[in-house]
Design a protein around this ligand. Structure first.
Ligand code: NAP
Ligand code: ZN
Length: 347
């Protein structure tokens, strides 16, 4: 066992604070990572505040991990000491079911092991990346290409893959009109990635306050969803809409913006159920679906794509002492566009 310095929530209602945690002994296929940076995802906040239920405490959040390999087990083949690596939302899966064999470990039929708040195969509760070190089995450790600075790479491990996966699955590319709803951590990555894939990109944000940023990030068009004219003007326009909003949305209103056979993909995960009118799905015919992060092979593909296209997240690096303030700013949609913790401040 080794001690890591971390930041943890003691309950759904308490602010996060320092905590020493134990990481397991290095097994033969384990990698010990010295974490350098960890992004703050809105999912961390949903979980810490127990909005999705079943949270366990103390809880160390963080699943956008970037760091350096500090040590490897005797049988590790994929990574070496000194490598630049990342860990996302999962740290293990059965490896043997039909989903795992397809490289869709996030849909492991036996249940993937989440990076925090889950029970690992060793029976221990997993604790996340707001910490100085983590031990992860080599198959769930990603390679961060040289071209991407570690701090700007960290958010790719969740925000990047969560938007890359549906953009690929639903064919974002030249000749396709793609809208991204919500310009936060996921949304700003969605804009950069859809643009790099060659799509015509529109941001649908609550207001026009971030319009300049949206266009700089790569959007061709930018509209305010609080303006009812937006929905009239854009009716029947898009081939693909990726909804990244952390709160409930009017599903029917967004479906009305799709062209025939267009798809609305929800990745936003509000605690409340979404509802829709059946007619919105067939007048004209449209798809309403979701997407969960992405598998390990596709996550590596996304990191390589980002390096090739010089894409990293737009970040604000903060010390651990500012984590609670950052949570409030994320909740107020005041994030430009991902907070990233400098984990050297945890010591
Ligand atoms: P974020 O940085 O807070 O961004 C969410 C954005 O949604 C905000 O910046 C805001 O954009 C918009 N928004 C927030 N509240 C709103 C409201 N009441 N009405 C309308 N728009 C609102 O959060 P994030 O880290 O990108 O995560 C977004 C959601 O995705 C969360 O629910 C998270 O749990 C979920 N998530 C899902 C997956 C998955 O695999 N499916 C993975 C990661 C995260 P504007 O200011 O531009 O309107
Ligand atoms: Zn996340």
């Amino acid at each position: 066992m080794s001690t890591a310095h971390a930041y943890a929530a003691a309950s759904a209602k308490s602010p996060l604070g320092p905590l020493a945690i134990q990481r397991r002994e290095l097994g033969p296929r384990d990698v010990l990572i010295e974490i350098k940076f960890c992004g703050i995802c809105h999912s961390d906040i949903h979980t810490v505040r127990d909005e999705w239920g079943a949270a366990t405490y103390p809880l160390v959040p963080g699943h956008e991990i970037a760091g350096i390999v500090a040590s490897v087990g005797a049988e590790v083949k994929k990574h070496a000491v000194g490598d630049r690596v990342g860990v996302g939302c999962m740290v293990d899966s059965c490896g043997d079911c039909s989903s795992c064999r397809k490289g869709e470990e996030q849909h492991c039929l036996k249940g993937m092991v989440g990076t925090y708040g889950a029970t690992g195969r060793d029976g221990q509760l997993t604790q996340g990346g707001y910490s100085t070190h983590i031990v992860v089995t080599e198959d769930f450790v990603l390679k961060i290409p040289e071209g991407i600075p570690l701090d700007a790479a960290a958010p790719l491990l969740c925000a990047g893959i969560t938007t890359y996966s549906p953009l690929r699955r639903w064919g974002a590319g030249p000749g396709k009109k793609v809208a991204i709803v919500g310009l936060g951590g996921l949304g700003h990555m969605g804009v950069k990635l859809a643009r790099a894939m060659g799509a015509e990109v529109t941001v649908l944000s609550q207001s026009l306050s971030k319009k300049e940023d949206g266009l700089r990030l790569g959007a061709h068009h930018y509209y305010a969803t609080k303006d009812p004219e937006t929905f009239q003007k854009l009716a029947g326009t898009f081939d693909l809409i990726v909804n990244t909003v952390s709160a409930k949305i009017d599903v029917d209103a967004y479906l009305s913006l799709l062209a025939l056979d267009g798809a609305l993909v929800s990745v936003g995960a509000p605690p409340e159920p979404l509802s829709l009118n059946a007619f919105s799905l067939f007048m004209p015919r449209r798809v309403f679906t979701g997407s969960l992060i992405g598998g390990i092979p596709q996550t590596q593909e996304m990191l390589d794509f980002c390096a090739q296209h010089h894409i990293g997240a737009d970040i604000e690096v903060i010390p651990a002492s500012k984590i609670n303030d950052a949570y409030e700013r994320v909740l107020a949609s005041d994030v430009r566009y991902r907070f990233v913790i400098d984990t050297s401040t945890l010591k």
